[in-house]
Design a protein around this ligand. Structure first.
Ligand SMILES: *[C@@H]1O[C@H](CO)[C@@H](O)[C@H](O)[C@H]1NC(C)=O
Ligand SMILES: *[C@@H]1O[C@H](CO)[C@@H](O)[C@H](O)[C@H]1NC(C)=O
Ligand SMILES: *[C@@H]1O[C@H](CO)[C@@H](O)[C@H](O)[C@H]1NC(C)=O
Ligand SMILES: *[C@@H]1O[C@H](CO)[C@@H](O)[C@H](O)[C@H]1NC(C)=O
Ligand SMILES: *[C@@H]1O[C@H](CO)[C@@H](O)[C@H](O)[C@H]1NC(C)=O
Ligand SMILES: *[C@@H]1O[C@H](CO)[C@@H](O)[C@H](O)[C@H]1NC(C)=O
Ligand SMILES: *[C@@H]1O[C@H](CO)[C@@H](O)[C@H](O)[C@H]1NC(C)=O
Ligand SMILES: *[C@@H]1O[C@H](CO)[C@@H](O)[C@H](O)[C@H]1NC(C)=O
Ligand SMILES: *[C@@H]1O[C@H](CO)[C@@H](O)[C@H](O)[C@H]1NC(C)=O
Length: 832
């Protein structure tokens, strides 16, 4: 069969074509004569979503569910499940079909009696079809009239809130359309956590509930604009929220401003938080944006009975002392509802008249468990203890403010290292043997300490000279180290830094990467010591990174002088900046402390030079990733220096995540952090533009605007529109007198700031160009208002925006706005 005639080839191809067309033609519809079974599936028109049978990824059992998932991403991500509590074991024997009464039903054993799921809609004698739409909605509707919809999956969401899904209350059916978490990572059955709007739609707010009974988070009342408890909403937006209240229903929906963005809100089965995720094309993974409540320990009973939550440990859930995980399998899949169980039974359970052998383990500084019994008669802690001891079902007690609380049954909602006003001390009842181990340890520690003290006492009393010699040697060594710092990076021991900072007594500030303390070395200037937190890398890598950062020197960059890497401790030593950070000067209201225009302009140029140096003149481009006023420090003569550069890299590769979980940096993050394209130096340019606007206006961009600017609540919008009107002075800090401001400099600064915050990074200038513009060497056109800002400026009703405008389609973008510029070079006019 070396060749075949042309005609037979043609016939063959044609029949193959027909075969393909009829056997696996993709369709988006289930109709009376087309049902789904086995691995058959339907795909929405543009191929965004697919409906069929699936097994949750990671599931150890072969339980099949009918669901909808993203078709265009390789990670199986179900957004809706039909039979969430009743899986089928054999999809080939199961069938999803239109039943005789016009409903979509799931049958097992191909028998009409084995209906395990149905849409249960009243379809009033129509010929119905089920259609999967490109929004991820499955509609049961009239075959010939597509606006006659009898049922849709968007009205029955599971754990995922897609754009367009309605979460609210139906006044006619009295049904709450809520989101319910999965039972665990691999089981779509309804779990313990739900998000719903206020019951019966009484108020316009959202609540998170545990087991439909215990509220643990509320959004606060919708003010027509934002929810008070969701500060992320005041960011410029990828999504717009709408609240609908009509005679039939009250509900919220949101839409993604960029239809190409894949975004979903999910009630996490493990943490009980609602997390917001966007799909990152470059990493092919879901990126975490933010979560409510912010911390998983705020979720009610998130660690289950006898579990304990702590921010300090990772994972945050563990079992209380003397307890172990009840069901390791469920625990591993993220289901904490079974919680923990006693390792050793209480003595009183075994021998009713010998209860004296049980004891109590003291837990200080905890959030006390929920629903205690209050005992009135106990007048002291001892009395309270006795009361608990006398009843074998009592598991713990607490004596607080002359009240005695005891707990029978499971201890729910305990949190350790809880530094709130309502913290207390919990006495956990344990079998004597459980307590002994800790007593024994304690004893061992005590005896070690005593021996140590004796040895020391002998040393100190008999040879005091040693001490003096040691001290002298130490201080000489410190002086040498201080000297060495002038020429290169110095390695310190933890003890030395502890001494230099007087046991970290003077805190200068705290950032996302750790707290900073003031210190001093003998014979040298003051230093700032940063204690790094949450560092996930080894010593060798740390030293490599630190030595890279240590080599970077520029007059506008804070110098790294030394470091400490000892055990798990990582500290950095910087030059001390006596005038603190820019934010403390910029946003302070006292007129005496205001920065003059001249100083501000010098700060703006200086920081631009520092960033330009990082981007363009270092051996490899260093992206700062966290430019904000808090990271701009001022020396004695108000020369600005940028701090924390290189730290994003130091803290691990996944800086997108580090940054989005930081507080206070949100107003400065470029849109591409969310859209998931690769981060370039232009992300810093964006943040710089935001900071520059704040330097000009003397207030936070994210702050509320005053009444006169009503309608443009976000400051950069206001600034940009003022600029277009030719009124640059209108955005100026009122603390600055008009006479002291150089209008030409102001115009330059405003224009370049607006260019820096363009959505499309290719429209933003380089930092080198920013420096040249500020120096007056080159000039720029008036900038377009960034598209995302325009959205807010117009009078669109309720343009509520969660975080950033995402411009994902960057290949065919041209700079939006009044003028069209296609690249950053075209915005620059060389001055002759
Ligand atoms: C389904 O059946 C109807 C009538 O029996 C027919 O008109 C239609 O073409 C069929 N559809 C398919 C996809 O076979
Ligand atoms: C979807 O259906 C096609 C054929 O109809 C099949 O080849 C494919 O494996 C199915 N995909 C899934 C994910 O079930
Ligand atoms: C399906 O068939 C199996 C085996 O024949 C039987 O055990 C099961 O009960 C049937 N299920 C339903 C819902 O009829
Ligand atoms: C459906 O419509 C037909 C014709 O209009 C009518 O005869 C029949 O009674 C209807 N059935 C129901 C259940 O309403
Ligand atoms: C389709 O259904 C809608 C809603 O009931 C109705 O308003 C419209 O007239 C129908 N269109 C046709 C062509 O029947
Ligand atoms: C919805 O509208 C009804 C009737 O106008 C009103 O009584 C109710 O308070 C509104 N609900 C909310 C949450 O605004
Ligand atoms: C949730 O509530 C139901 C009914 O109120 C109760 O039966 C069930 O035990 C609760 N679940 C947990 C984990 O407490
Ligand atoms: C109580 O203790 C006594 C002596 O220790 C013992 O003889 C008796 O059996 C115990 N009672 C019960 C119910 O265990
Ligand atoms: C122990 O406490 C439980 C719960 O308060 C109570 O029901 C039980 O009667 C008590 N038992 C004794 C022996 O007091």
């Amino acid at each position: 069969m070396a060749s075949c005639s042309t005609s037979s080839c043609l016939i063959f191809s044609f029949s193959l074509f027909l075969l393909i067309l009829f056997s696996s033609a993709t369709t988006d519809t289930i109709s009376a004569n087309r049902s789904l079974s086995g691995n058959q599936n339907i795909t929405s028109k543009d191929g965004n979503f697919r409906l069929g049978f699936f097994v949750p990824s990671g599931s150890p059992s072969l339980s099949y569910y009918v669901g909808i998932w993203y078709n265009k991403i390789p990670l199986l991500t179900p957004v809706w499940v039909a039979n969430r509590a009743s899986p089928v074991t054999d999809p080939a024997m199961s069938e999803l079909r239109i039943s005789g009464d016009g409903n979509l039903v799931l049958l097992v054993n191909h028998s009409n009696t084995g209906v395990i799921w149905s849409t249960d809609a009243s379809t009033s004698n129509s010929t119905v079809v089920a259609v999967i739409l490109d929004t991820g909605n499955l509609q049961l509707r009239d075959e010939s009239n597509s606006s006659l919809v009898f049922w849709q999956s968007f009205d029955y969401p599971t754990d995922t809130w897609l754009p367009g899904v309605m979460v609210g209350f139906n006044k006619l059916t009295k049904r709450s359309q809520r989101l319910t978490s999965w039972k665990n990572k691999v089981d779509p059955a309804p779990g313990l956590f739900t998000l719903q709007s206020a019951p019966t739609g009484a108020t316009s707010q959202y609540l998170l509930f545990w087991n439909l009974s215990k509220e643990y988070w509320t959004s606060g009342i919708w003010d027509g604009d934002v929810f008070p408890s969701v500060p992320e909403m005041s960011w410029r937006g990828v999504v717009s929220f709408t609240f609908i209240n009509n005679t039939e229903e009250t509900y919220f929906i949101y839409s993604a401003n960029d239809p190409n963005l894949k975004i979903r809100f999910v009630i996490d089965s493990e943490s009980g938080q609602m997390v917001v995720l966007t799909w990152m094309e470059n990493t092919q993974s879901w990126m975490f944006c933010w979560a409510i409540p912010k911390f998983s320990c705020s979720v009610y009973a998130s660690c289950g009975p006898f579990g304990s939550c702590s921010y300090m440990s990772r994972p945050s859930c563990s079992c209380a002392r003397g307890y172990r995980v009840r069901s390791q399998n469920e625990w591993d899949f993220g289901d904490r509802s079974a919680g923990c169980e006693r390792i050793t039974p209480l003595q009183c359970e075994q021998n009713a008249n010998n209860s004296g052998k049980d004891g109590f383990f003291e837990m200080t500084n905890v959030r006390l468990p929920d629903s205690p019994n209050t005992l009135a008669m106990a007048a002291s802690r001892e009395g309270c203890e006795l009361a608990c001891m006398s009843n074998c079902s009592c598991n713990a007690y607490s004596y607080k403010g002359s009240s005695c609380f005891v707990w029978h049954g499971g201890l729910l909602n305990v949190q350790e290292q809880y530094n709130q006003a309502d913290a207390g001390t919990l006495y956990l009842r344990l079998a004597a043997s459980e307590l002994q181990s800790s007593e024994r340890n304690k004893k061992r520690v005590v005896s070690l300490v005593i021996i140590g003290a004796i040895v020391l006492a002998i040393l100190f009393s008999s040879v005091p000279a040693i001490l003096i010699v040691m001290k002298k040697r130490e201080s000489r060594r410190m002086i040498e180290k201080a000297k060495a710092m002038q020429s290169g990076l110095v390695s310190f021991t933890y003890n030395e830094l502890q001494q230099a900072t007087r046991k970290f007594s003077t805190k200068l500030g705290g950032g996302g990467f750790g707290s900073v303390f003031k210190g001093s070395l003998p014979g040298s200037n003051d230093i700032a010591v940063k204690k790094l937190e949450g560092l996930g890398q080894g010593e060798k890598q740390f030293r490599t990174e630190v030595s890279t950062v240590g080599r970077i020197q520029h007059v506008n960059l804070v110098r790294l002088l030394g470091f400490c890497s000892q055990g798990s401790k990582r500290l950095l030593v910087y030059e001390f900046m006596p005038n603190g950070s820019l934010d403390s000067h910029l946003f302070r209201n006292a007129p005496s402390s205001h920065l003059s225009w001249k100083t501000r302009y010098q700060i703006a140029i200086g920081i631009a030079r520092g960033i330009a140096y990082l981007h363009e003149q270092c051996r490899e481009c260093i992206i700062h990733c966290d430019i904000k006023p808090e990271n701009i420090l001022l020396d004695a003569s108000f020369n600005p220096k940028l701090a924390d550069f290189g730290l994003a890299k130091l803290m691990g590769r996944d800086f997108s995540r580090v940054l989005t979980t930081l507080r206070g940096t949100k107003g400065y993050l470029a849109p591409e952090w969310i859209t998931g394209v690769a981060i370039t130096a232009k992300a810093d340019v964006y943040s710089y533009g935001m900071v520059l606007l704040e330097i000009i206006s003397g207030r936070r961009n994210l702050e509320q605007t005053t009444a006169e600017e009503a309608g443009t609540r976000y400051f950069p919008t206001f600034a940009a529109s003022k600029l277009i009107e030719g009124d640059a002075a209108g955005v100026l800090d009122s603390k600055l007198g008009p006479e002291e401001v150089n209008i030409e400099e102001l115009g330059r600064a405003c224009k370049i700031a607006c260019w820096c915050i363009q959505d499309d990074e290719s429209c933003r200038p380089s930092m080198g160009q920013v420096v040249q513009v500020l120096e007056g060497i080159i000039d720029v056109h008036a900038p377009p208002i960034p598209r995302s800002l325009l959205l807010l400026a117009s009078d669109v009703p309720q343009p509520i925006n969660f975080f950033f405008e995402c411009t994902s389609n960057r290949t065919n973008s041209n700079c939006s706005g009044t003028k069209s510029h296609t690249s950053s070079s075209s915005i620059i006019n060389e001055k002759s």
